[in-house]
Ligand binder design. Structure first.
Ligand SMILES: Nc1ncnc2c1ncn2[C@@H]1O[C@H](COP(=O)(O)OP(=O)(O)O)[C@@H](O)[C@H]1O
Ligand SMILES: [Mg+2]
Length: 363
């Protein structure tokens, strides 16, 4: 039973002007795959290194499997870590690289051989066991690093951008394999990435970090559909979520309306307390409905760019000076300068305070 609890972790590096992590608290369940997602420099690696014992927090607590490990050295934590670069020993064969951690712990040779065979099979490394790392591709070398991390029966598996040095096709393949592997072994995993598609694909939950703080932590699709703020909606998803500046009309009709390019979009009654205030309307590109003719209370827009993506088309349009991205079925056609009509289905619209950029409804 290895749950992980990070409690109010603060860390500022010597000479650092701002904290690398600031009051980070996170509860990770036994067997959970937790992704730490955020832009470069937001504190992901610092958090992982504190968990591993490679950095000490200034304050706060780290509890792993019920044990306070905050100030324990790495060797007393029973965690294993996979880094971004292929940290394999060039002068050892693949089999000895995989078994290295076990051999160091004094595990007997038969047991080492058994576990190496198990990991090699899981990671499809059996044909390469007697090769040296230089005779492997980048993807195979990173598999060796993962194999070495899983054979030691660590309580928690820590991975810091393990796919980022692989080319894009290999990254997709390895991502799916990694997901299957971790589901199979069931070890609690903390996985760091700046790649939002990896976070969506792999995580049981995703903690989105900004400037050393957790902006939101929830299941990937919940975060995708209900970003807690503009930063999260912009970071998760490709293209990023659209945010349009508008103002809620103060009226006493049954519906709340927002003014968009002198046109009207309906909002939920829960927005009533914000009547008259500037707000942001958030909507995903694929949730906007687009047509060449006026439909119901659609909003008029002008096409700026039309891009076929293959499985869909991406239209960049403008509403009264504001840009919006619309992802339409790949049968939709448009050209620059076309007038189109956009509908914002209310089940897909999200509303944000224009100043704080925080969600107005509970996310
Ligand atoms: N060893 C270090 N010494 C000083 N500052 C550091 C050190 N490591 C990281 N930082 C700073 O701490 C912040 C967080 O870095 P890091 O945890 O590496 O972010 P990420 O992994 O999300 O890119 C950054 O501002 C970075 O410059
Ligand atoms: Mg990092």
């Amino acid at each position: 039973m290895t749950d992980v609890h990070l409690r109010n972790l603060y860390k500022t590096y010597p000479g650092g002007s701002a904290p690398a992590t600031k009051d980070v608290s996170l509860d990770i369940a036994d067997g959970e795959f937790m992704v730490l997602l955020g832009p470069s420099g937001c504190g992901k690696t610092t958090l992982l290194r504190m968990l591993a014992g490679l950095e000490l927090p200034d304050s706060g607590q780290i509890v792993v499997g019920g044990r306070d490990v905050t100030y324990l050295p790495p060797k007393d934590r029973n965690l294993s870590m996979v880094f971004q670069s292929y940290a394999v020993f060039p002068h050892r064969k693949v089999r000895d690289n995989i078994g290295f951690g076990l051999t160091m712990r004094g595990t007997d040779r038969a047991e080492v051989a058994r576990k190496v065979a198990w990991a090699a099979e899981l990671l499809q490394l059996e044909p390469y066991l007697d090769r040296y790392p230089a005779q492997l591709s980048g993807g195979q070398r990173q598999r060796v690093a993962v194999a070495r991390a899983i054979v030691v029966d660590a309580d928690v598996l820590l991975m810091d951008e393990p796919l980022s040095n692989l080319d894009s096709l290999l990254r997709l393949t390895f991502r799916a394999e990694l997901k299957k592997l971790v589901e199979e072994i069931g070890t609690t995993t903390v996985y760091v990435t700046h790649d939002q598609s990896e976070a969506l694909s792999l995580g049981d939950r995703v903690a989105v970090l900004r400037s050393g703080e957790i902006a939101q932590c929830a299941q990937p699709l919940h975060v995708y559909d209900n970003p807690a703020d503009r930063f999260v909606g912009g970071f998760l998803g490709s293209p990023p979520m659209n945010f349009l500046t508008t103002r809620l009309a103060a009226g006493d009709g049954p519906k709340v309306t927002a003014d968009l390019g002198k046109q009207i979009v309906e909002g939920p009654a829960t927005l009533r307390p914000h009547d008259g205030k500037p707000v942001l309307l958030g909507i995903r590109a694929e949730a906007v409905e687009i047509a060449h003719t006026r439909q119901g209370d659609a909003v008029r827009a002008t096409v700026k760019v039309f891009e076929p993506l293959g499985s869909a088309v991406l239209v960049t349009a403008e509403i009264d000076g504001q840009e919006i991205k619309v992802q339409a079925p790949n049968t939709f056609r448009a050209a620059t300068g076309d007038q189109v009509w956009l509908t914002f289905p209310s089940r897909h619209t999200r509303w944000y305070d224009a100043e704080t950029e925080l969600a107005l409804e509970a996310a």
